[in-house]
Design a protein around this ligand. Structure first.
Ligand code: UD1
Length: 392
């Protein structure tokens, strides 16, 4: 059997990489399925749509995570939502017709996820109308906010798929409520956490703390200076001047208490330039440190050692929960409610005072974690097992 996996944007790489490793392990016979459906090997074909294309947004993740080079690169680049999605549709179809996989695997909620699922749902390999099965990794998450492009991508993708791999209980409930048959839904855990567990040890060796001047020396010993880590890239937060400057005002207040390290996403950097935001912190306190986007290993090191993480990312809410690091999510809602009910996440909304208040509350909180069910480093094995079960 043949699986074709799709990656396109930064968060996809961490979600697909451990599944490729699990397929390799299955082919090498180093993990067995229960009950074993036989030992037919799985062919794997990797497509990179090129939604993210910079070395720092894409290539460095292939290096850090040891992902094989893509078998096909579509090179779509940036564009409007319609333009980017259309370009992926157009360029993915011939690849699918040429490769004719048994199953197409898409992950997350980016434009590449929806576009490739849509092509696969409408393709016909021949006059018999055969098409591949379609599987969605990280299915069922809902923010219930249709103004988010990612929410549109999630809902539409889930309704095109045949196998829905769910990370948390809320996903099962959401899919059932939308009428998706139970036999399509598989509660497998979180492949992004598989990656985190695999690379955590290596991240502890990163020298990023030293290079950012976050190591203090006194009396011949070294310790990590307390710092907060900030990421921001949601259009609703950075594309609107009032919201964006309000968030940065909150950061200025927080950075009077402890330095804020801010690896700025290209979208955010562009907005800072076009809104002529020169300096994120004008305070007399420790201030803010704006850096380029970081590679996976360095970012994991920074996240693991932070006193506090402030973010509008989806994946970072999950990673901080797993690491036991307090997180403030600068949004009104989350599609990952388990990170609030069981994890370390607190939603602040986007008002400056509310962000500062949430940060102070989270700084008073003890570090500590309780990993949600199946966030145990084995989600990718469960996915390979479920897929194999569909091809006896
Ligand atoms: C996309 C995803 C979002 C995900 C995020 C992770 C969608 C709808 N959004 O948002 O869900 O959380 O990726 O980063 O799919 N750019 C570069 N270099 C790159 C890639 C992008 O400079 O390698 C610039 C583009 O020119 C563009 C901006 O960043 O102006 C935004 O990129 P885009 O892929 O459109 O969306 P993201 O905001 O990154």
């Amino acid at each position: 059997m043949k699986i074709l996996s799709v990656v396109g944007a930064r968060p996809n790489f961490m979600k697909i990489s451990p599944i490729i490793s699990a397929i390799d392990a299955y082919n090498a016979g180093s993990f067995t399925l229960s009950p074993s459906p036989g030992r037919e090997k799985i062919d794997h074909f990797l497509v990179h749509t090129g939604q993210h294309y910079d070395r720092i947004m894409s290539e460095s993740f292939f290096q850090d995570l040891g992902i094989c080079q893509p078998d096909a690169s579509l090179g779509v680049g940036s564009g409007t939502h319609a333009g980017q999605t259309a370009e992926i549709l157009r360029r993915f179809e011939p690849v699918l017709l040429e490769e004719r996989p048994d199953l197409v695997l898409v992950a997350g909620d980016v434009n590449s996820t929806l576009a490739c699922a849509l092509v696969a749902a409408k393709i016909s390999y021949g006059s018999n109308g055969k098409r591949p099965l379609i599987a969605h990794v990280e299915a069922g998450l809902r923010s219930f906010d249709r103004t988010m492009p990612e929410e549109v991508n999630r809902v539409a993708t889930d309704h095109l798929c045949d196998l829905l791999f769910v990370t948390e209980q809320s996903g099962i409930e959401n899919l059932k409520r939308e009428g998706i048959p139970e036999e399509k839904i598989f509660f497998v855990g979180n492949t992004m956490i598989d990656t985190l567990m695999l690379f955590r040890e290596r991240a502890s060796q990163s020298d990023v703390l030293k290079s950012l001047g976050l190591i203090e020396r006194s009396n011949g010993s070294e310790r990590i200076s307390p710092y907060a880590l900030l990421t921001l890239h949601r259009p609703s937060n950075v594309d609107n001047r009032e919201t964006f400057t309000g968030i940065l005002d909150a950061m200025e207040k927080i950075s009077a208490r402890l330095p804020v390290v801010f690896p700025a996403h290209p979208r955010t950097r562009k907005q800072m330039d076009s809104l002529q935001i020169q300096n994120v912190s004008r305070s007399s306190g420790p201030g803010a440190m704006v850096t380029e986007p970081l590679g996976y290993i360095d970012f994991l090191c920074l996240m693991s050692n932070a006193k506090l993480v402030l973010t509008d990312s989806g994946g970072i809410q999950e990673e901080t929960t797993c690491l036991g690091v307090p997180c403030v999510t600068i949004r009104e809602n989350t599609e990952r409610p388990v990170t609030v009910t069981q994890g370390t996440n607190l939603l602040s909304g986007v008002k400056p005072d509310a962000i500062v208040d949430a940060a102070n509350r989270q700084l008073a909180r003890q570090k500590g974690n309780s990993a949600p069910e199946f966030w145990d480093g084995r989600a990718s094995y469960r996915i390979v097992e479920a897929i194999r079960g569909r091809f006896p």
